[in-house]
Design a protein around this ligand. Structure first.
Ligand code: TLP
Length: 342
């Protein structure tokens, strides 16, 4: 099977498995796992933040961040297709008591002018804004990348008004590779950032939440409340360290494969995609012109040995990663052409 459903499907590399086997471990709830401590230190360094917290998932990282920055009864400004809103089981409401103030965008990229108009001060009727959340790269918009100037503008505007900005940087390393800059440059203006080790970086499990030391210390308590106190988690952190050091260099290959896929898809009758807009490892394409719903195409692809899921009836998403080669992508294109044909 060629699995392009997500970059979460990668298997740990031989180097990761070796490191996991040899990892020095301790009880991380006591702060005694040396490998987790090393990972948290290294992640903070890479993000250019005071501290970082190892969490089991991106969802938990975002959930803790929202909780740290908000009070019950506030709003979180985010894009209308953001992961925090659509794919995290309403954790923003469930754990933090907040409402999403969702702003529709073309490319998943918020502009300060839109954000500014949705900020609500305390008022007799309104829920006040507690946080601004930006997703970089933006998953459902097709791996789009925030321009640095836009991040700065949003953060400057927010900070002037005493508001914080959290970046869902599940794939911020892809953004860094696409812009050819360091992750720390991208996340310098935001207050907290969550990034995933288990997506394009290829670790089997885990994400990091980075930010000011005081906030991260408080976040550690929320992680425990959520059931994320992980004991001898060094076996996971060891793979995470390899993911942080080794994988970023090869992300441009995933991006080139995604562009190759997009260009091939654009040539298939009935499929619509602007391949020039594919900047990272996510390819979102419209299959409505084929006369088939995405679920049907998914099923037909599966019968041809390729896994690609629909986002909705019209749109499908293919994600490249280190377990999908250029040859796999070429084979996937043939399968899509077959599955889409009348
Ligand atoms: N994304 C998954 C699915 O949940 C859609 C995927 O296959 O892409 N932020 C962003 C931008 C994400 O894409 C994801 C996962 C998360 C947060 C949550 O991470 P996990 O799955 O570790 O909770």
């Amino acid at each position: 099977m060629i699995d392009l459903r997500s970059d979460t499907v990668t298997k740990p590399t031989p180097a990761m498995r070796r490191a996991m086997m040899e990892a020095e471990v301790g009880d991380d709830v006591y702060g005694e796992d040396p490998t987790v401590n090393r990972l948290e230190q290294r992640a903070a360094e890479i993000a250019g933040k005071e501290a970082a917290l190892f969490v089991p998932s991106g969802t938990m990282g975002n959930t803790i961040a929202v909780k740290l920055h908000t009070e019950h009864g506030q709003e979180v400004i985010c894009d209308s297709r953001s992961h925090v809103l659509d794919y995290e089981l309403a954790m923003m409401a469930w754990f933090s008591g907040c409402l999403a103030r969702a702003i529709p965008t073309e490319e998943g990229i918020l502009a300060w002018d839109q954000v500014r108009r949705h900020i609500r001060p305390p008022h007799a009727h309104y829920a006040p804004t507690g946080l601004i959340e930006i997703e970089n790269t933006h998953n459902m918009a097709g791996g789009t990348v925030y321009p640095m100037s836009v991040i700065r503008e949003i953060c400057d505007g927010a900070h002037e008004r005493g508001l914080k900005v959290h970046m869902d940087g599940a794939r911020v390393f892809n953004a860094a590779a696409a812009m050819n800059v360091q992750v720390r440059e991208i996340v310098a203006p935001v207050d907290t950032v969550m990034f995933c080790l288990s997506k394009a970086l290829g670790a089997p499990v885990g994400s990091m939440l980075a930010g000011p030391a005081g906030l991260i210390a408080k976040g550690r308590l929320y992680r425990k409340r959520l059931g994320g106190g992980m004991r001898q988690a060094g076996v996971l952190a060891a793979a995470g360290l390899i993911a942080l050091e080794d994988t970023p260099q090869r992300l441009p290959e995933d991006h080139a494969n995604a562009r190759f896929l997009a260009e091939g898809l654009a040539r298939i009758p009935g499929i619509r995609i602007d391949a020039r807009k594919v900047a990272t490892n996510i390819v979102v394409f419209d299959v409505s012109g084929t006369g088939r719903a995405s679920a049907e195409i998914s099923a037909r692809l599966k019968a041809r040995g390729v896994l690609i899921n629909g986002i909705n009836e019209r749109l499908m998403r293919a994600v490249t990663h280190y377990d999908a080669t250029r040859a796999d992508c070429a084979q996937a294109l043939e399968a899509v052409a077959g599955a889409a044909a009348k």
